[in-house]
Design a protein. Structure first.
Length: 439
């Protein structure tokens, strides 16, 4: 009898004939292919690189001689370890590691059981994935205007836009700067509305002593390759403290498969998810153990990464605050700690004598990457195709129009060297001074 347990999604104990449908394991060739992908040759050093690959392959072969391949590649101990670590870091009750933040939103929206005609209040400025699922359900997105100093959702405008059809509010912590959540949660309590935080940029941000993303009923973070930490290119975390939905998060991630229940002659049952209106149908948003291993490793570096970002951001703030016409973003305080995913650069076009589009063109000339800054979603064709009236929404979001067209863009912070950040500060100052001089 083999002492190795069967290695499908559930353990059936030690078996002479293990569960064979597990598929192929990763062998030496696969691992070499991964290494070649992750570490690419420098131009001119190809021969040295090939020699290094041979040495690495030999080292991995030595490891195989003393061990065996991982037999469980999806949803296992490392995924559980990510979730455990997330609960500790965020001080929340339930955490689910899944394919991406968009999948996390989708699950939370399913719990809310949106139906056609329900209204969901989202900020005008965010990434499209914040609103895709409610749109797919025929719900109506109501765009809240932004606070011009943070480009985050303005709670005062949310209050104006609540109706008796409002089912959800979705604050988005743009660039990792916390939305002012107290007034949002007050409104939610007053009107019985569910709050889903789009914390895609905000894993590791703090608001008044609590982790951003755990302040609403649900929060979802992104571990996509362009976020502060990544789960091998894609990944997300959904968190909640809710005792109805929290215990079924893993059913929501993987097809409603419930190992705690069996049907006759079969090992498991498949169940619906609870929702505000009865039941919701689950989907498949699984992640791999390899993603989990990478994310666990990066989670250990998160504080260091945010500290470096903060150092760069505070340096930019010091330099740019000296310049008339530049509005610097708020620095860290005891209560508000952003993740500094992006640096919000804002100008006063009245003082500079030109708007941010002219500034961006100058920065490009000076070799400073021009991040395509977040556009108001109602400008995208997708919304137009679904019948949204651009002009009417723009009229209801005056700050959005002003900041997008004239005032803000984002700058990168990491992983830049100090010299690059210094160059960026010089370039921004030079560009603004040139614009002021009419050049
Ligand atoms: C504000 C915002 N929300 C959501 C997402 C989606 O994240 P994911 O790619 O993990 O689904 C992004 C991704 O860039 C984002 O910028």
């Amino acid at each position: 009898m083999s002492d190795r347990a069967s290695d499908f999604r559930y353990s059936t104990g030690a078996a002479k004939v293990p569960w064979a449908a597990v598929g192929e394991h990763l062998n030496l060739d696969d691992i070499e292919a991964i290494l070649r992908f992750l570490v690419q040759p420098q131009q001119g050093r190809e021969a040295d690189y090939e020699a290094a690959v041979v040495a690495a392959r030999r080292a991995v072969a030595d490891m195989f001689a003393t061990g065996g391949p991982a037999t469980k590649l999806s949803l296992d101990a490392n995924v559980a370890a990510v979730e455990q670590r997330a609960r500790e870091m965020l001080n929340c009750k339930y955490a689910l590691f899944l394919a991406n933040a968009t999948a996390g939103f989708e699950i939370a929206y399913k719990f809310a059981a949106l139906k056609p005609g329900d209204e969901v209040i989202c900020p005008s400025i965010t990434f499209i994935s914040t609103i895709l699922f409610p749109l797919s359900q025929g719900a109506k997105i109501v765009f809240a205007d932004v606070d011009p100093r943070t480009v985050n959702m303005d709670p005062a405008d949310v209050a104006r836009k609540i109706t008796d059809r409002t089912r959800m509010i979705v604050p988005v912590h743009i660039g990792g700067y916390p939305v002012d959540m107290d007034p949002i949660m007050d409104l939610a309590r007053e009107h019985g509305i569910m709050v889903l935080e789009d914390a895609a940029h905000a894993f590791g941000a703090w608001y008044k002593g609590r982790a951003v993303g755990t302040l609403g009923h649900f929060g979802a973070y992104s571990m996509h390759e362009v976020k502060n930490i990544t789960a091998c290119g894609e990944g997300g975390l959904l968190v909640t403290d809710d005792d109805t939905y929290g215990p079924v998060l893993s059913l929501a991630r993987y097809v409603g498969l419930d190992l705690s229940q069996q049907i006759p002659n079969w090992l498991y049952d498949v169940v619906c998810l609870p929702s505000e209106k009865g039941y919701a149908v689950p989907g498949n948003y699984s992640v791999t153990e390899i993603q989990a291993v990478v994310l666990l490793s990066q989670m250990q570096r998160l504080e260091q990464i945010i500290a470096k970002r903060r150092e760069h951001a505070h340096y930019l703030n010091e330099r740019l605050a000296e310049v008339e016409g530049i509005l610097t973003p708020p620095s860290d305080t005891d209560e508000i700690k952003p993740t500094w995913h992006l640096y919000l650069l804002e100008i006063d076009p009245g003082v500079v004598g030109a708007d941010v589009q002219a500034l961006k063109a100058k920065l490009t000339e000076k070799g400073v990457t021009n991040i395509p800054h977040f556009a108001p979603l109602y400008k995208f064709q997708l919304l137009h195709q679904l019948g949204y009236d651009h002009d009417a929404i723009a009229a209801s979001c005056p700050n959005t129009e002003e900041v997008f067209n004239h005032r803000f863009t984002h700058l990168p912070l990491y992983p830049l060297t100090f010299e690059q950040v210094e160059y960026m500060a010089d370039a921004v100052i030079e560009a603004v001074e040139e614009l002021k001089a009419g050049k």
